[in-house]
Design a binder for this molecule. Structure first.
Ligand SMILES: [Zn+2]
Length: 102
């Protein structure tokens, strides 16, 4: 998984094509990510002790990691991600501008 929680990503396939958002959660087993404001489903919810609020709420559903591309924090463009270094020194690198980042 090349995408991490907190990353900014752009959707490159599906109904939310072109949207950008922050990664709220990563689901490595399913190879999916949950992106803020992307793949929103209307969820009909009953009031429970946990939520208290009933009605229709917006819920961000997981989207497959291959349908999003990381937006590089340095050059601000959607890019592929490479790796540099080994073990603890391993960092991600932008394939476009070559800048490294965690
Ligand atoms: Zn870059």
């Amino acid at each position: 998984m090349r995408i991490r929680k907190g990353d900014r990503v752009r959707v490159i396939a599906g109904k939310d094509l072109g949207k950008e958002g922050d990664v709220m959660a990563v689901l490595p087993k399913a190879n999916k990510v949950i992106v803020d404001g992307v793949n929103v489903a209307k969820k009909h919810q009953r009031a429970t002790r946990a939520t208290m609020q009933a009605g229709i709420i917006d819920k961000d559903m997981p989207i497959h990691a291959s349908n999003v591309q990381l937006v590089c924090p340095s050059c601000d463009k959607p890019t592929r991600v490479g790796y540099q270094g080994e073990g603890r020194d391993k960092v991600r690198v932008c394939r476009k501008c070559g800048k490294t980042f965690q």
